[in-house]
Design a binder for this molecule. Structure first.
Ligand code: PRP
Ligand code: URA
Length: 215
C-alpha cells in the first residue's frame, strides 16, 4: 500500500541559521576534512529531520510506570539508499532517527568527459513497494546520477521516493521534476548554476573527495 506522499513533487529548501553557517564552512576551500565532516553531519541531521517530518504514525497502547496511555509508532518501512560514494555522508544522520531502516547501495560515478553517470554497484533490499525510499546524495548537478538511481529504484518496485541532497543546481532540479514529478526533493541550498565542467556554482567542489579526504 502506498504511504503518505503529501509533498509529492515538491522542492523543499531548508532555511535555518545553522544551515547557512555550515554551508559556508562546506563551501570554503580552506576547510579541512575534519571540519568538513562535522559541518556535513550537522546539516545532515537537519535534512533528515525535515525529510522525516510527515511520516505516517499508528497508535499503540502502552503502560508507563504510572498509567496506561496512547503512544505512536512509525507506520511505514524506511529504506535509505545512498549513491556512492558521497551519499554515504548523509546516511548516519538518517539512521540516528530511524535505526531499523534498511540501507541499499547504488554505486555511480560521473564520467569526467561526458558527465554521464556510470553505474558500478547495486545492492538493494527486496519489497521496496511498501516503503518510503530516501535516496541520498549531497550533490544534484546535471541530475543524471539521480535520474538513473530513480529509474533503478522504480524498476525494483519503489513507489514513494524522496531525494535528499545538500546542494542542488537548478538544472538538476528541473531535470528530476520534469522526468520524475512524483519525487520530492529536500535540500539545504538551491545554487546558481552549473559551470562548463558541470560543477555546481558556487557549490563546494567535489563532495566525495572533500568528505573522504581524497583530494
Ligand atoms: C557526484 C555526486 C553525485 C554526482 C552528481 O558524484 O556525489 O553522485 O556527482 O552529478 P550529476 O547530478 O551531474 O549526475 P561523483 O561522480 O563525484 O562520485 P563520488 O561520489 O564517488 O565522488
Ligand atoms: N559532483 C560534485 O561532487 N560536485 C559538483 O559540483 C557536481 C557534481
Amino acid at each position: 500500500m502506498k504511504k503518505t506522499v503529501a509533498d509529492s513533487g515538491k522542492l523543499t529548501v531548508i532555511q535555518h541559521p545553522v544551515v547557512a553557517r555550515d554551508l559556508t564552512i562546506l563551501r570554503n576551500k580552506e576547510t579541512d576534512t575534519a571540519h568538513f565532516r562535522m559541518a556535513m553531519g550537522r546539516i545532515a541531521t537537519i535534512l533528515a529531520y525535515t525529510a522525516l517530518k510527515d511520516l505516517p504514525l499508528r497508535q499503540v497502547q502502552i503502560t508507563t510506570p504510572v498509567t496506561e496511555t496512547t503512544g505512536f509508532e512509525i507506520d511505514t518501512e524506511i529504506i535509505i539508499v545512498p549513491i556512492l560514494r558521497a551519499g554515504l555522508s548523509l546516511v548516519n544522520a538518517l539512521l540516528d532517527f530511524i535505526p531499523d531502516a534498511s540501507v541499499g547501495h547504488l554505486g555511480m560515478y560521473r564520467d569526467e568527459t561526458t558527465h554521464e553517470p556510470v553505474e558500478y554497484y547495486s545492492n538493494l533490499p527486496q519489497n521496496m513497494e511498501d516503503a518510503i525510499v530516501l535516496l541520498v546524495d549531497p550533490m544534484l548537478a546535471t541530475g543524471g546520477s539521480a535520474e538513473d538511481a530513480i529509474r533503478i529504484l522504480k524498476q525494483k518496485g519503489a513507489l514513494t521516493i524522496r531525494f535528499i541532497s545538500l546542494i542542488c543546481a537548478p538544472e538538476g532540479v528541473n531535470h528530476i521534476m520534469k522526468n520524475n514529478p512524483d519525487v520530492s526533493i529536500i535540500t539545504a541550498s538551491l545554487d546558481e548554476k552549473l559551470n562548463e565542467d558541470a560543477y555546481i556554482v558556487p557549490g563546494l567542489g567535489d563532495a566525495g573527495d572533500r568528505y573522504f579526504g581524497t583530494l
